[in-house]
Structures are given as structure tokens and as C-alpha cells.
Write a protein that binds this ligand. Structure first.
Ligand SMILES: Cc1cc2nc3c(=O)[nH]c(=O)nc-3n(C[C@H](O)[C@H](O)[C@H](O)COP(=O)(O)OP(=O)(O)OC[C@H]3O[C@@H](n4cnc5c(N)ncnc54)[C@H](O)[C@@H]3O)c2cc1C
Length: 333
């Protein structure tokens, strides 16, 4: 007989992991799938060693430590965490459940689907620079794989968003010479991060773009130019980090009748999408007042699952909360 989970979550980023834990806490059966070979979404893929300061209960935690804790939390329960499972199709079966099929043909069935797919498939936007790819792994990266590679090095960070500002701030504490270049004078990242950076030794060049990466076996420099007056400057650098955003790739989600707004899925106050029994939580969810943060995504989880639990257990939402509070058995950690 086919196994039908109450809830299957697409995306094992922080929000999908937490959702799968909470689903079982609410007496629902759950599974979570992710296209990547690992869990943690953006935290693992983009900034594993960066500190996070704004998740409740952790004064300071690296992204990878937070993912470890979330994974530990969800695996207290018997929740299948299926990696390398890129959902390419979601079809409603005659009995009303959804069949989610992966690229390699595996599938799972769910009464309710939580879409926690973040920005979709995570793919850093690349610099429009001929031959830049040949320097990847030789001092040029789009994703910091190991912060120690940047210690005591001359670092050039490219970009004006949160990723660029966070990394530039981070590197100033471990590297003697950090430079940030950005194509505009207007930064799109958190203002506090920019102010913090302006108090450090980091050199900040605005209205500046990169023209070429220099080096042979390793990066040795970069040619940059001022967009307004054309001045060209040669920078001697050992490491270059490109942080110019991510290309959102909604992939299969584009074709399933969801209302899409600003590259994400519109959701109502219960996190319901326009498609029956499918909810959108975390970064992918576009609802009034949304903020793309881990803590707000955790909030989405509780709202969506409380609603789903009340439908499955046929209780009011208040009853669902009250009855679950007394019934949950917590295994020893
Ligand atoms: C550099 C940087 C620093 C940040 N710092 C902070 C911070 O300090 N504090 C904070 O609160 N937030 C921070 N954020 C934002 C935070 O990372 C996001 O809000 C969070 O990752 C959203 O989690 P999520 O689970 O919704 O999505 P994601 O983390 O994006 O995870 C989504 C997952 O879904 C998977 N997926 C997508 N499509 C499919 C598919 N078709 N099939 C299967 N799986 C799929 C992806 O592979 C991915 O693993 C930062 C972001 C960046 C880029």
C-alpha cells in the first residue's frame, strides 16, 4: 500500500527542517525533501561559517551550527529527510493527495504540501566577466567554502547587498586588507552592516565595477574601474568573492498554477497558496509584511501547521494548540 504522509515539505533549509519537526510535534506524519545533497539551504550553501545573531535562543551561532541543531531537532522524530531529491513534478492523484516526483524518478505522496523552497534552486549570479570561471577555486569564489582560506589574505568583495556587507565585515577581523567594490552608491544590504563596515579599515569603492581578474595559477589581482569617470585601478588581491545576488529559479513551481509575485509564491494569512492544500513558508512565501529571515520563517511554520493540523484532526485551531500542548512526548536529547 502506498504511504501517504500528512505533510511533505519541499526544501530542507532551516524552515523546512523546522517544519518537519513541528509537523510530528502536532501529531502529523511528515517527510522533507531537498534537491541538494545536504540540508540547511542557504545557510549551508552560501554562508556556513557566518555568525547569525538574530535567532531566538542563540546569542551567536554559526549558520552550520544552527543547521546541525535543526537537523538534530528533526531527527529526534522518525522523519525521512530525502536529499538529492529535486522535485520536478507535483500532481494531484484521484484520491486528492499529491504525488511529488523527483528528477531521478523517486516519489512521495502527501495530503498537504509545504513549499519551503527558499529562492528556489540556489544559484549565485555570475559576474559578466570573460574567463572569470577559470579562477574559481584558485582564489575566486561565489560562495565561501572555508573562511580560513581568507585569513591574512588581501580580499576583494564584490557587491552591495547583505552577503557582500556581511562578508566584508567578517573578513576585516581576520585579513589585513579588505576592499569592497559596488556598482552603485546605493547599498541594498542592511544599513547597520554598512555603518559597521564604514568604521573598519575596509576600503569601499562605490560606482565601481570589476574589469578583469589577474593571475595565473592563483588570483593575484583585479582591475576595477569607476563607472562614472572611467578611472582604472589595479588592486593587488589574493582572494575575490563575488556576492552579486542569486538567480531565483522557481523551476517546477512556475508551472503549478501558483500566484507568483516578485519571484515568490503568494500566500494568505494561513500561508495557504492559491492551490488547494499547498502552503508556502519561509523565503518563498509572499504574504503581507513578510521579511526574509529565519525567525519569520519559523513563525510561518507554526501558522501553516496549526492550520493543517486543525484540518486533519478536525478541531478548531485553538483546540489543536491546546490539545497538543498536553500530549507531546519529548524524547531525551
Ligand atoms: C549571506 C546571507 C546571510 C544571511 N544572514 C541571515 C541572518 O543573519 N539572519 C537571518 O535570519 N537570515 C539571514 N539570511 C536569510 C536566511 O538565510 C533565509 O531567510 C533562510 O535561508 C530562508 O530559509 P528557507 O528554508 O525558507 O529557504 P532556503 O534556505 O533557501 O532553503 C530552501 C531549500 O529548498 C530547496 N529547493 C528549492 N527548490 C527545490 C526543489 N524543486 N526540490 C527540492 N528542493 C528544492 C533548496 O535546495 C534549498 O535547500 C541570510 C541570507 C544570506 C544569503
Amino acid at each position: 500500500m502506498k504511504k501517504i504522509y500528512d505533510v511533505v515539505t519541499v526544501g530542507a533549509g532551516p524552515i523546512g527542517l523546522f517544519a518537519s519537526f513541528c509537523a510530528v510535534d502536532k501529531k502529523l506524519t511528515a517527510a522533507v525533501v531537498d534537491a541538494l545533497p545536504y540540508v540547511g539551504g542557504q545557510l549551508t550553501a552560501l554562508y556556513p561559517q557566518k555568525f547569525i545573531f538574530d535567532v531566538a535562543g542563540f546569542p551567536k551561532v554559526t549558520a552550520s551550527e544552527l543547521v546541525d541543531q535543526l537537523f538534530r531537532q528533526v531527527t529526534q522524530h522518525e522523519v525521512p529527510v530525502l536529499v538529492n531529491f529535486k522535485v520536478v513534478e507535483m500532481v494531484r492523484e484521484p484520491d486528492g493527495e499529491y504525488k511529488l516526483t523527483a528528477e531521478d524518478g523517486r516519489y512521495v505522496h502527501a495530503k498537504y504540501v509545504l513549499i519551503a523552497a527558499g529562492a528556489g534552486m540556489i544559484s549565485p549570479r555570475k559576474l559578466e566577466l570573460e574567463d572569470s570561471d577559470q579562477f574559481i577555486g584558485k582564489g575566486f569564489e561565489y560562495v565561501v567554502k572555508n573562511v580560513e582560506d581568507y585569513r591574512d589574505k588581501r580580499v576583494l568583495v564584490i557587491g552591495g547587498g547583505d552577503t557582500a556587507l556581511d562578508w566584508a565585515n567578517f573578513f576585516t577581523a581576520m585579513s589585513p586588507e579588505v576592499t569592497l567594490i559596488h556598482r552603485s552608491t546605493k547599498f541594498v544590504g542592511f544599513e547597520g552592516s554598512l555603518k559597521r563596515l564604514q568604521k573598519t579599515t575596509c576600503r569601499i569603492f562605490t560606482d565601481t565595477k570589476i574589469l578583469a581578474i589577474k593571475g595565473d595559477k592563483q588570483v593575484t589581482g583585479a582591475t576595477v574601474s569607476n563607472i562614472k569617470d572611467g578611472t582604472v585601478t589595479e588592486l593587488a588581491v589574493d582572494r575575490i568573492l563575488g556576492c552579486i545576488g542569486f538567480t531565483p529559479k522557481l523551476g517546477f513551481l512556475k508551472d503549478h498554477g501558483f500566484e507568483i509575485a516578485d519571484g515568490s509564491i503568494r500566500a494568505d494569512k494561513f500561508m495557504r497558496t492559491s492551490v488547494e492544500n499547498i502552503y508556502a513558508i519561509g523565503d518563498i512565501s509572499n504574504h503581507p509584511g513578510r521579511i526574509k529571515l529565519i525567525s519569520t520563517g519559523f513563525g510561518n511554520v507554526q501558522i501553516a501547521l496549526n492550520h493543517i493540523a486543525s484540518l486533519i484532526h478536525e478541531t478548531s485551531e485553538d483546540e489543536t494548540l491546546a490539545s497538543l500542548e498536553s500530549k507531546v512526548d519529548r524524547p531525551e536529547l
